[in-house]
Design a protein around this ligand. Sequence first.
Ligand SMILES: Cc1ncc(COP(=O)(O)O)c(C=O)c1O
Length: 254
Amino acid sequence: MTDVARILAADRAHVWHPYTPMDEWRARHDPLVVVRAEGPWLELASGERLFDSNGSWWVSTLGHNHPRLVAALRAPGARALSLLARGHHPRVGGAARRGGLAAVAPRKLDQVFYSDDGSTAVEAAVKMTVQYHAQSAPRAGKEEDAVPRALDGAFHGETIGATSLGGVEVFRRPFASVLFDCVHVPSPADDVGGCAPSWALAFDAIAELCEQRRDELAGIVLEPLVQGAAGMRFYPPAYLRAVRDPLRLSTTCS
Ligand SMILES: Cc1ncc(COP(=O)(O)O)c(C=O)c1O
């Protein structure tokens, strides 16, 4: 058996691919066996080269095998895994550099909480907002009111908390019984039938909600500028500014 045949057999026997109806897919396709990846290019065992136009589902937005990322992962400091109760200098340095975020988001985005992946980062952000809600007057002690807001069409990851924030019905439906409450508001990327800019209508909706229920607001989670899983739906930066600035809300990005 060749290496490629072995990989295909092992994949067919044991790998459950994400978002894939496996029986149907296995009946029709072999998985792609990638032997090399560089920048936007994937090289297959067959010799074919593919342009990876969605960055392998947008996990590889900097390109594959990026030399600076590879060097950072190989650096000696990258082996220290826990930040619990100790400062680890390459990470702390990264955090300090990220303090530049404060220039973009003056509302004190000068602290960095490290997480494992996007979904867990969203979970951590939700817990932070709920705790903030619970500890801040006039919210103190009313953590049961701390219902997050997210956009229709949103996608924030696969864990239960991130799925609860998600606004794509097909991803939510099978798990409805275990999701927590989240109020979804119209997305600025929604098609509103060609009338006035949809982001303005969306902002009116969220502004109304925030003004009326300000004391209960735990947080708003947004995909900045593009709703990926909803079909790469873009919206203008003005919406992000509109949500953040006049209402003086803490902004969480994923
Ligand atoms: C906007 C957004 N947030 C969060 C996530 C979850 O990230 P991860 O797959 O690293 O858990 C994704 C994943 O596609 C995403 O598109």
